[in-house]
Ligand binder design. Structure first.
Ligand SMILES: NC(=O)c1ccc[n+]([C@@H]2O[C@H](COP(=O)([O-])OP(=O)(O)OC[C@H]3O[C@@H](n4cnc5c(N)ncnc54)[C@H](O)[C@@H]3O)[C@@H](O)[C@H]2O)c1
Length: 361
């Protein structure tokens, strides 16, 4: 008989706590992640990595030298808290100390996966019920408008950023979206496995190109329906008819904006996790920012970070532990142990919310 040592292992997780509410959310999520993994006999070794605007103020860099390569090569995955302090800025007016460009490009995590689901017990400003909203945004994560980060042209009278999409970038994001649809049960309204390509191909050539490449890739997936929305109509339909959507494939900047819109329909930004996934590395973080006014007040909703930890576990194959975290969150919301205010903050506080999840694991 094999010894238990052979069947269990230690998982190496790098943790970037970040700024603002980041450290308290990451405290919650690491406690939940550890409890879920250790229940199966595995262990977790967390390595705490400095990064973000606080680190920029201390060292002049948002992440230490060589750290991107270490995050890629030395760990099973990365859990990241939100970063950024709005007053920490470069001379060009953009924020310093953000990690989006550093990590997404450095780790080549080309798919930003953002599930938007309405869980039981969570109030929504729409008339939808739990289960009516359950879609995943696959946001292309390495090009599009944000590729212009730091390289726009500015004169005293005008400024210009460029939106670039490449064939390879469109293809890999589209394939990721179709594969994601294959792993799901279809859209809530009709059970159809569907990828909706969201663009502005009526106006911009870059988006017409992206749509054409997506159609080509779609031919490899005859089992998945491919449909289209212009981004303005998508913003409307994600609120009026969210049940139509199963997987939403979109450009970097549009995905950033539309996922926050989706968050508003499912209890707020504090309900929304994400994964940044590439072929050689992945990291997991809430979709929201560091909410500086909430920092240290015990009012931030840690569910976004806890569910990001669950996505991480799913990604490294610990699907049982991930499912238990989901079930614990769902049950705590359903039975009222966690209630959110109209502002999306846990009524009894961040720590009590975390305890409610831990008790149900
Ligand atoms: N991935 C990231 O690290 C990331 C993403 C977005 C913004 N940012 C940065 O975060 C900083 C603050 O940006 P912002 O104020 O525009 O956006 P934000 O997401 O921090 O906050 C927007 C609103 O959502 C609320 N909110 C956010 N997270 C919450 C949570 N877990 N629970 C309850 N309420 C929550 C805030 O209180 C605020 O009202 C900026 O420096 C920005 O650049 C970082």
């Amino acid at each position: 008989m094999q010894s238990l040592d052979v069947l269990t292992r230690e998982w190496r997780i790098a943790v970037v706590a970040g700024d603002g509410i980041g450290p308290e959310l990451v405290d919650s999520a690491t406690a939940v992640l550890r409890a879920a993994v250790e229940a199966d006999g595995d262990t977790v070794a967390f390595s705490w990595i400095d990064g973000g605007a606080g680190e920029y103020l201390r060292s002049g860099r948002s992440l230490g030298p060589g750290m991107v390569e270490r995050l890629r090569d030395d760990y099973d995955a990365v859990l990241k808290g939100p970063v950024g302090l709005p007053d920490v800025r470069h001379s060009d007016g953009t924020e310093a100390g953000l990690l989006g460009g550093v990590l997404r490009l450095g780790l080549d995590t080309y798919a930003n996966v953002r599930p938007i689901w309405l869980l039981p017990g969570v109030r929504t400003p729409t008339t939808h019920r739990p289960g009516d909203i359950d879609y995943v945004i696959v946001r292309e994560n390495t090009e599009g408008l944000y590729l212009s980060r730091g390289s726009g042209v500015v004169t005293s009278s005008a400024a210009c950023d460029q939106l670039m999409v490449t064939r390879a970038g469109c293809e890999r994001a589209a394939r990721f979206a179709f594969e994601t649809a294959r792993g799901r049960q279809g859209a809530p309204a009709d059970g159809v496995r569907r990828v909706t390509c969201v663009d502005k191909s009526n106006v911009l050539r870059s988006f017409a190109f992206m749509r054409a490449v997506t159609v080509e890739v779609g031919q490899e997936y005859p089992d998945i329906e491919l449909d289209f929305r212009y981004a303005d109509a998508a913003a409307h339909d994600l609120i009026s008819d969210p049940g139509h959507f199963d997987v939403v494939l979109t450009e970097n900047f549009l995905g950033d904006v539309l996922s926050d819109l989706g968050a508003a329909t499912v209890g707020g930004l504090g309900m929304c996790p994400s994964g940044n996934i590439g072929d050689r590395a992945a990291y997991f973080e809430p979709i929201h920012g560091s909410a500086p006014p909430l920092a240290g007040t015990d009012r931030a909703n840690p569910i976004s970070q806890i569910l990001s930890a669950a996505l991480l576990l799913e990604h490294i194959g610990l699907t049982g532990a991930a499912a238990r975290i989901h079930a614990a969150v769902r049950s705590a919301l359903a039975d009222g142990a966690i209630k959110l205010t109209a502002q999306g903050q846990p009524e009894r506080g961040t720590r009590a919310c975390t305890e409610a999840v831990l008790e149900r694991l």
